[in-house]
Design a protein around this ligand. Structure first.
Ligand SMILES: *Cc1c(COP(=O)(O)O)cnc(C)c1O
Length: 243
């Protein structure tokens, strides 16, 4: 057995920490779902692995997770090739530059962060013929000026109708990253707004991608079908530099 597998901070330690974290997050999801009368299986766990090594994804997969979310394209592609032996479902959740759509169309199963038609059109055109349609969520800015990404709620209906009509994509639902707040009522209000926007679209969408480590309970109470969890599974992120 390699020496470092028994040292604190070694792979064995990281593995058991991730296993414990997954169990805790699953408990939070189950309790939040039960508290509002939802079936726990109606809430899916998307593990957000940005900045974390491929080994962490491998450890989480060994505990039964298959859905992983990444924000940075080059980093995601590198991890995908390292993990090509695993049957994983990859979700792109970061900001998208329109000249970077091709690798996203080619290498992901879901994209949660589309906020303009040009990006959706390019993803549709560039989706390889042999692959199933790309699952897509439209990111909506439900926090007003506090957030730069996401389409404005007033522009959503027109965007959603245009995206819904594109081939090679399946418009699944809406995604939001509300302004972080400790105020539970404000968390609920933002998520409820996203849910209402989806209902108002009346396009038969089935997906609400909302809720992160600090606010998954409020998101689940308001109808989240994907919660996107990073820190609570993999620990705090180290970006190397402080801006
Ligand atoms: C980083 C990130 C998450 C995960 O956030 P945590 O607070 O670490 O759980 C979820 N969604 C998006 C879009 C992210 O960029």
């Amino acid at each position: 057995m390699p020496l470092n597998s028994q040292q604190p901070g070694g792979r064995a330690q990281v593995m058991s920490t991730i296993a414990e974290n997954i169990a805790k997050v699953r408990t939070r999801i189950r309790e939040a779902a039960q508290a509002c009368g939802r079936a726990p299986e109606s809430v899916r766990l998307l593990a957000v692995s940005k900045t974390k090594p491929a080994a962490d994804i491998r450890a989480a997969h060994a505990c039964g997770l298959v859905d992983f979310g990444e924000n940075y394209l080059q980093e995601a592609l590198a991890k995908q090739s390292e993990l090509a032996d695993l049957a994983l479902t990859w979700h792109f959740i970061g900001p998208i530059q329109s000249n970077k759509t091709r690798p996203i169309a080619e290498h992901f199963h879901w994209v949660h962060s589309v906020d303009r038609l040009k990006v959706a059109q390019r993803l549709s055109e560039q989706r390889p013929a042999g692959l199933p349609p790309l699952n897509l969520c439209l990111q909506v800015n439900v926090s007003g000026e506090a957030s730069k990404s996401g389409c404005a709620p007033e522009e959503l209906a027109e965007l959603a109708r245009a995206v819904h009509a594109l081939p090679n994509l399946t418009l699944r639902g809406l995604m939001a990253i509300p302004e972080p707040t400790e105020d539970i009522a404000a968390q609920h209000a933002a998520f409820a707004r996203l849910r209402q926007l989806m209902i108002d679209l009346d396009l038969g969408l089935d997906t609400l991608s909302m809720g992160m480590s600090h606010d998954l309970e409020a998101a689940i109470a308001e109808g989240a079908t994907w919660v996107r969890i990073g820190t609570a599974l993999f620990g705090a992120r180290d970006y190397g530099t402080t801006p």
